[in-house]
Design a protein around this ligand. Structure first.
Ligand SMILES: Cc1cc2nc3c(=O)[nH]c(=O)nc-3n(C[C@H](O)[C@H](O)[C@H](O)COP(=O)(O)O)c2cc1C
Length: 161
């Protein structure tokens, strides 16, 4: 095992859950022990026990809203000091509604307030993941893990110095 990851998600009709399942499998392939949890069952403090936190969300409502069941988790993020942690966000949405995958961008902005390091660009997926999306999720996982490894080796160097 080279590290640990927590994936937090919300999914109403299953698309985001599929993204989460693909991501968990990719992390595991890379040797990262991965735990997947629904946002409403997750205390944001739990992130502190992992090297990586990925958040996957759908977008809802009239103005590209974050799902109600993710709001407590979302609101609590800025009060955490997540320095030394790697984060990344993914979204499922539909172009048709406008505000395409806005929740993923909103979570990205929220993590920026925590000192966590972004490990990958935001991944946005129309509906459920197709073959190309699986490749994007794989690349997301690889970049997250690379960032984690860089952070860990910098930390060792700092410790030895
Ligand atoms: C009422 C409603 C509003 C929506 N608003 C948006 C939106 O603003 N932006 C977006 O990208 N997708 C929007 N969607 C699409 C969903 O985010 C999309 O279907 C997503 O794949 C659902 O994920 P889930 O299967 O994990 O629940 C909306 C869907 C519904 C039913």
């Amino acid at each position: 095992m080279i590290g640990t990851a927590l994936i937090v998600y919300a999914s109403l009709t299953g698309n985001t859950k599929e993204i989460t399942d693909v991501l968990a499998a990719e992390f595991e392939k890379l040797g990262v022990y991965t735990v997947v949890k629904e946002a409403e069952d997750t205390n944001p403090q739990e992130i502190l026990h992992y090297d990586i936190c990925a958040v996957a969300s759908y977008t809802y409502g009239n103005e590209g809203n974050i799902p109600d069941e993710m709001l407590d988790f979302y609101d609590a993020l800025p009060s955490l000091d997540l320095s030394g942690k790697v984060y990344g966000t993914l979204g499922s949405g539909e172009e048709f509604y406008g505000y395409f995958c806005k929740s993923a961008d909103d979570f990205d902005a929220q993590f920026q307030l925590t000192e966590a390091i972004r490990g990958s660009e935001v991944v946005k997926i129309e509906g459920n993941p197709d073959e190309n999306d699986v490749l994007s999720i794989r690349s997301f996982a690889e970049q997250m893990v690379k960032t984690m490894e860089t952070l860990k080796s910098d930390h060792v160097k700092e410790f030895k110095a």
